[in-house]
Write a protein that binds this ligand. Structure first.
Ligand code: FAD
Length: 397
């Protein structure tokens, strides 16, 4: 079995590593992303006129960049709402002026977006949402409430789903709107998390306004528009990321002592490490399989691997965090050291085990809960009968 990508890709990896080595440590994220775009490393599938690097489709190069960048000291990923959701949605369903206006500054982090989907009473069953928007002259007027809105305190903009067609069917009456957060009709209130931090918020709308043409897609088609990003969001495999996290917990096990020996020599800890390592290897193999399929153009069913990756990554991540938490012993009673939560850019290398452990509770819920992932994998992947009791599973966000 050939598990190497081959000399062409080895050379590419060296080139990426050389770029990282030459980059000054104190570079700001904006300049870093600009340089990485010019070199064709990031935003590969996005046309140049919208600020991307417009490279030929090559999932292996994409994965090499992500792996090398993740292992570098640079914080390069932007919030998933901005580049993982809004940008692909605009590419698929936006109008040209919306793409030109919003995508380039979003790619450099100048425009920060939050995602206004969930509401009290509308999470997994997202189409139960009740916040409304009605057209008044050349503006939408918005009323209602969103909840669990990550980054709402510093996002300049929101993309959200609002009921615009009173009386229409549950899924048919929703529209996808863009709006500015800094305006009198919007109040943002923090929600305190178990870690002590506040990264998501309640957002209240009381006559908030947005321009009539800040709608993506047509009226009442918001449900379809919100799903458009699935086609773009590849997120193949999670092997390298889990490998980095496993390396951190292994290092911890070698450092901590049980009695007069390193914890890594204790038979129970060794068993747990071996089990996790088995899962990490599975994830790595899945990554390679998915990359090979993508490189052959056989990944048209990309949604299913994404769901499996998220579920598997969450569960193995939980095991790693739990082991780290157990290894630090009584130190687990203290509050997390970090008050910031930048899960996207730092969690693979993070060694604040209290924060990791508490964060893992959230990852089984955020962006589609593990139960929902299981339902969809069972129904779409394994062909099991649909869950009749569920009105509708939500789109993985
Ligand atoms: C860290 C974090 C960040 C988030 N950021 C955002 C954000 O930026 N924007 C946003 O809009 N939302 C955000 N969310 C909300 C997230 O999308 C919802 O929490 C998620 O969709 C679940 O909805 P819910 O919390 O209402 O739980 P519910 O839907 O009420 O689910 C409760 C429990 O019931 C289970 N369940 C529900 N339906 C079924 C079913 N049919 N079959 C089996 N089990 C089921 C679920 O798995 C869960 O365990 C965030 C959540 C977290 C944790």
């Amino acid at each position: 079995m050939e598990l190497e990508f081959g000399p062409e890709y080895d050379r590419f990896r060296e080139e990426v590593l050389a770029f990282l080595a030459e980059t000054p440590r104190d570079v700001d994220r904006r300049s870093f992303l600009k340089a990485a775009t010019e070199r064709g490393y990031v935003y590969r599938s996005i046309p140049r006129r919208f600020g991307g690097s417009e490279q030929p489709f090559d999932p292996i190069r994409e994965s090499i960049v992500a792996e090398c960048f993740d292992a570098s000291p640079f914080s390069w990923r932007l919030g998933p709402q901005s580049t993982g959701m809004l940008v692909p949605t605009l590419l698929e369903a936006g109008s040209d002026w919306q793409r030109e206006r919003f995508i380039p500054p979003t790619l450099l982090g100048d425009f920060v977006w939050c995602q206004g989907y969930s509401e009290p009473g509308a999470g997994s069953d997202l189409a139960a949402l009740r916040s409304t928007a009605r057209l008044e002259g050349d503006e939408w007027v918005i009323d209602g409430q969103k909840i669990w809105t990550s980054d709402a305190d510093h996002a300049g903009f929101m993309f959200g789903m609002f009921r615009t067609e009173p009386g229409a069917d549950k899924h048919a009456g929703i529209s996808y709107l863009l709006l500015e957060m800094d305006q009198p009709g919007i109040e943002v209130r923090p929600l305190r998390q178990i870690t002590g931090a506040t990264h998501f918020f309640e957002v209240f709308f009381d006559g908030a306004r947005t321009k009539a043409d800040w709608i993506v897609g047509r009226r009442g088609e918001g449900w379809r528009v919100a799903r458009a990003n699935l086609k773009y969001e590849r997120n193949l495999g999670g092997g390298p990321r889990l490998r980095q996290r496993f390396a951190a917990v292994l290092e911890l096990a070698r450092t901590m002592r049980i009695g007069d020996r390193p914890a890594s020599e204790d038979s129970v800890i060794r068993q747990r490490l071996a089990e996790i390592e088995g899962h990490v290897r599975c994830a790595e193999t899945m990554t390679l399989r998915q990359l090979s399929a993508a490189a052959r153009g056989e990944d048209d069913r990309v949604v299913l691997p994404m769901l499996v990756n998220k579920l598997y990554g969450t569960e193995v991540g939980e095991q790693i965090a739990q082991l780290g938490f157990d290894l630090i012993g009584a130190d687990g009673l203290r509050a997390p050291e970090r008050s910031t939560w930048d899960a996207v850019s730092t969690s693979a290398r993070d060694t604040d085990w209290v924060d990791q452990y508490l964060f893992e509770l959230a990852s089984g819920i955020a962006a589609g809960s593990s139960n929902i992932q299981r339902n969809v994998i069972g129904e779409r992947g394994l062909g099991l009968p649909r869950d009749l009791r569920a009105a509708r599973a939500r789109t993985p966000a």
